[in-house]
Design a protein around this ligand. Structure first.
Ligand SMILES: Cc1ncc(COP(=O)(O)O)c(C=O)c1O
Length: 426
């Protein structure tokens, strides 16, 4: 694989851009250095091309936003139309109302809507409005919720967040109702909200989400679903549509505009009306091009039955991967976990360091065979049968290599560059 241009750009970047990227997950810590490309230049459908012209099937998809496929013609046409009409207006534009109406028709908890740009905008807004609504300060969180102080202060990446802020956010394990109940008990009448990812690579256990909802209602706390990843992916309306459990508020982002920067907080009208007083206000709120991309994304997902395609193709990939894992006798070491539209190769029974080395070897061998991945499969509608076939053909070669490396105990020695590193422990 030619990497000359990638190395040149990396060198230039290192002098001007701290960390070499705008997002940890796109930067050098997340890819085997010296093996994976550093810069991408072009993307179309399920494919990306790096700056040296190498083509990859993309299983990262810009960290999740590209739900229809890169450079989708219908979305790009809607964007071109809106660009010609203008994008940054000094009064609200009708498209804000149209997208808000479209979301309320599709997301179970949505009675009113406010827009943001990043997922972190709307998770922070959800926490702030919950504090205003309940008159309480403490928050229980479960999962990843972005870069803002209220959340990141509760992780191992808390550098720069004041202790006083950190103390207000409490963590709780997913799928553990008893643990949540205990946190409520220890902080009686102090909890403003519980914010959680309603599904990750672990599905919610039977009755868990219902139990959390019931606990929140009993304790007078709001329930917020962070559907930044699951929204427009497991269903347009997210996990709440899929499971029938409706939260008070929900946060959407990533896939809602096929890569254009848009997020939304939606929910109960009596809570959302507090945004008439709570300060959630910024220059690019209501930017019209991303809203046009969102409307087109909704229409195209529905016209092409896109969500069903994600489930169908994702199931083929998941089942095929599991079969290849079994063929290589890696079951017990590796699983393809998660819901079909968003799965991961999960290591079993390895400590953090060995798991990272193992995932690094997987990433290296996948890249050599034209797959760009962190070890997860973000699917787009453009990941059709032929893309899944090509992926499984590559996995048929990779799984025996991984098994052999484990058997011989030389995973690290096979790495041709610096391994991936842990960015965050949630
Ligand atoms: C579940 C979840 N919530 C919130 C966020 C934050 O979104 P953003 O990175 O767009 O600010 C992310 C981002 O990965 C996420 O996965």
């Amino acid at each position: 694989m030619n990497k000359q241009q990638s190395e040149r750009w990396k060198d230039r970047s290192s002098r001007r851009i701290p960390g070499g990227a705008q997002t940890f997950s796109k930067g050098p810590l997340s890819f085997v250095q010296g093996v994976l490309p550093n810069f991408l230049a072009r993307a179309e459908g399920p494919y990306v091309w790096d700056v040296d012209g190498n083509r990859f099937i993309d299983y990262i998809l810009g960290l999740g936003p590209v739900i229809l496929g890169h450079a989708d013609p219908a979305v790009n046409e809607a964007v071109r139309h809106q660009l010609a009409e203008g994008m940054a207006f000094s009064l609200p534009h009708p498209i804000e109302v149209e997208v808000a109406e479209a979301l309320c028709e599709r997301i179970p908890c949505a009675e009113m809507v406010r827009f943001g740009k990043n997922g972190s905008d709307v998770t922070a807004a959800a926490v702030r409005v919950s504090r205003a609504f309940t008159g309480r300060d403490k928050v229980i969180r479960c999962g990843y919720h972005g870069w803002q102080d209220w959340y990141i202060g509760s992780t191992n990446r808390s550098l720069g967040v004041p202790e006083a802020v950190r103390r207000l956010t409490l963590s709780c394990a997913f799928n553990n109702r008893a643990a949540l109940q205990e946190v409520f008990r220890a902080n009686h009448s102090e909890i403003a909200c519980v914010i959680l990812e309603p599904a990750t690579f672990d599905a919610p256990a039977a009755g868990y989400l219902e139990g959390v909802k019931e606990l929140c209602a009993r304790e007078g706390a709001l329930l917020i679903f962070d559907e930044i990843v699951t929204g427009f992916r497991v269903a347009i309306g997210g996990v709440q549509q899929h499971t029938g459990v409706t939260p008070d508020l929900a946060c959407f982002g990533k896939a809602m505009a096929n890569g254009f920067p848009l997020s939304a907080i939606v929910g109960r009208a009596d809570v959302m009306r507090w945004f008439e007083k709570v300060f959630f206000s910024f220059t690019f709120g209501g930017e019209a091009v991303s809203l046009a991309a969102c409307l087109a994304t909704i229409h195209e997902l529905e016209r092409r039955d896109g969500i069903a395609a994600l489930w169908r193709n994702g199931a083929r990939l998941q089942e095929g991967t599991r079969q290849l894992i079994r063929n290589a006798k890696l079951d017990g070491t590796l699983d393809c976990a998660g819901m079909p539209p968003w799965t991961t190769l999960r290591t079993l029974g390895m400590d953090e360091r060995n798991a990272l080395l193992f995932r690094s070897l997987f990433q290296q061998e996948a890249a050599k065979r034209g797959l760009l991945t962190h070890g997860n499969h973000m699917l787009s509608v453009a990941h059709d049968d032929s893309v899944i076939d090509a992926t499984l053909a590559a996995y048929a070669e990779i799984m025996p290599i991984l098994a052999d490396a484990l058997h011989k105990g030389d995973v690290e020695r096979r790495l041709e560059g610096e391994p991936m590193q842990t960015i965050l422990r949630t």
